[in-house]
Ligand binder design. Structure first.
Ligand code: CP
Length: 290
């Protein structure tokens, strides 16, 4: 299958190439595909991924077809495969998909146009990981030996699961922390206060209430008191350490309001980088490299 479905399909060399190409695009390199059309198909809500893909497509001169799943034949029960096959038959050159179904793309093996995964269930969010890696690379110029702790609702997080695999492959030490109820042993667990004092990258996760089948065992106030990143805790971080978060943030839960835009925060830089990393991935696919 073509496109970008999971980072497990990409070599380490291709991942570094994509990041360096995204940085080149950010620095003003121009590339354009004016005769191409790409559709976006979001079965789950999104602001950053949906609209940064759209910005990336516009920046590349590509025409965008936004499929509104609330007014399309999805509402008549048309399957994912038939919807994507329809766009392929219409002559679309690629499709961006987000779905709550883990690895939905396994149903799409007969599709010939590139598919860009905007997130599937709890499993993959490849462009989010690439933009996270780009942000770390811009900060430190390397991955090898850096320590990152991903903190919070690990079990429900496709961002955590994608990042743990790829960061380890790139030579980073990756830990997890936060409430025991969200620990799925996907990496080594360390206590929260130890993580704050020792990491190069503190990556916070939103408590994904919409994915929970049972309510959280503590109140949001208790969560903030025990695991929230406050300015007091920020003061205990290494001087060179940075704060990341895929967003949307729950202000006053995993992160204090005044930490969101503090000097260590790279949260809005991550969003900016998302446009360039998606431009890089789309450009590679349009050139037949993905
Ligand atoms: N980070 C992220 O995937 O945000 P959205 O859900 O708004 O796309």
């Amino acid at each position: 299958m073509r496109g970008l479905l999971t980072l497990k399909d990409l070599s380490t060399e291709t991942i570094i190439d994509l990041i360096e190409y995204a940085i080149k695009l950010k620095n003003g390199y121009k590339v354009s595909y004016p005769n191409k059309k790409v559709a976006t198909l979001f079965y789950e809500n999104s602001t950053r991924t949906h609209y940064s893909f759209q910005c990336a497509l516009i920046n590349l001169g590509i025409n965008v077809l936004q499929c509104d799943t609330n007014s399309s034949s999805v509402q008549k029960g048309e399957s994912l495969y038939d919807t994507v096959k329809t766009f392929e038959s219409l002559g679309v050159d690629g499709i961006v998909i987000r779905s709550s179904q883990d690895e939905y793309f396994k149903e799409l093996e007969n599709i010939k146009i590139p598919i860009f995964n905007g997130g599937d269930g709890k499993t993959n969010h490849p462009t989010q990981s690439l933009l996270d890696l780009m942000t770390i690379y811009e900060e430190y110029g390397k991955f090898e030996g850096l320590k990152c702790c991903i903190i919070g609702d690990i079990v429900h997080s496709r961002v955590a699961h994608t990042n743990i695999e790829i960061m380890k492959r790139l030579g980073m030490e990756v830990y997890i922390s936060g409430p025991e109820e969200y620990n799925d042993n996907s990496s080594t667990f360390i206590p929260f206060e130890e993580a704050i004092a020792t990491m190069d990258v503190i990556m916070l996760l939103r408590v994904q209430f919409e994915r929970h089948t049972e309510s959280m065992s503590m109140s949001v106030n208790e969560y903030h008191k025990t695991y929230g990143l406050t300015l007091e805790r920020v003061s205990k971080m290494k001087p060179s350490a940075i704060i990341m978060h895929p967003a949307p943030v729950n202000r006053g839960v995993e992160i204090a309001d005044d930490v969101v835009e503090c000097s260590k925060s790279r949260i809005f830089k991550q969003m900016t980088n998302g446009v360039y990393i998606r431009m890089a991935a789309i450009s590679y696919a349009m050139d037949g490299k993905l």
